[in-house]
Design a protein around this ligand. Structure first.
Ligand code: CA
Length: 231
């Protein structure tokens, strides 16, 4: 998952940033509301951790503008404001969760994982879609019940496509999901990963949309079935 952290408090922001790094989340950190809105509109994030009291633009305003622009990125609101009005307003504006300061970093990480699972439509760490089964905790995948070993980047690419079924993702969007903020990505790297995934899974698992990018096999989503609990 690639996250955007929006928090103007230096101490809290760096604490969260360190925790995200330790948990291997690729992320960007901004401290200003307007900057957050600009970045979130420009780049693709899986989740935004959003403080409410911000310089430049209030967090609720940032959220409302994102949603008005059709941006459906998951949002976890962080705020010292425990007034029920703000909480209700935030959730009505389309926030996915709400954490009141002060909180434990472990709780924040647990909630991020829960939101990530919900995005995949799963209540456990296992996601079944057609012939594929994704294990989010183990970062592994199986095809027709047989485990398939995938390097981390191939796994992340496939996971991104599974998270956004029926959507065509550009090479740029896939690069962002796979490489985060690392610069210098070879121009054909996504095509190479797709080639390997087709070989290791089956050729139609990823469809090429000419001039646009890639899409998960549309037939897979129709076969999507409920996840099973992890024992
Ligand atoms: Ca603040």
């Amino acid at each position: 998952m690639r996250l955007l952290l929006v928090e103007d408090d230096e101490l809290l922001g760096s604490g969260i940033s360190d925790a995200l790094e330790r948990a291997s989340y690729s992320h960007a950190w901004v401290q200003d509301g307007k900057e957050a809105l600009a970045l979130a509109s420009e780049e693709v994030f899986d989740l935004i951790i959003l403080d409410l009291g911000l310089p430049g633009m209030d967090g609720l305003e940032v959220l409302s503008r994102l949603r008005a622009a059709g941006n459906s990125t998951s949002v976890l609101i962080l705020s010292a404001r425990d007034a029920p009005r703000d909480r209700i307003l935030g959730l009505n504006l389309g926030a996915d969760d709400y954490l009141i300061k002060p909180f434990e970093l472990d709780e924040l990480l647990a909630r991020l994982m829960a939101i990530g699972r919900r995005r995949l439509g799963a209540s456990s760490n296992l996601v079944k879609i057609g012939r594929l089964q994704l294990d989010l905790a183990a970062q592994s995948i199986s095809l027709d019940g047989q485990p398939v070993t995938l390097p981390r980047r191939e796994f992340m690419l496939l996971k991104k496509l599974i998270e956004t079924p029926k959507h065509t993702l550009s090479r740029g969007q896939l690069e962002a999901a796979v490489y985060g903020f690392e610069g210098d990505v070879a121009s054909n790297s996504i095509d190479v990963h797709v080639h390997h995934l087709r070989k290791k899974l089956y050729p139609e698992v990823i469809r090429t949309v000419r001039g646009m990018g890639y899409q998960l096999d549309p037939l897979l989503d129709n076969e999507k079935i409920a996840d099973e609990p992890v024992h």
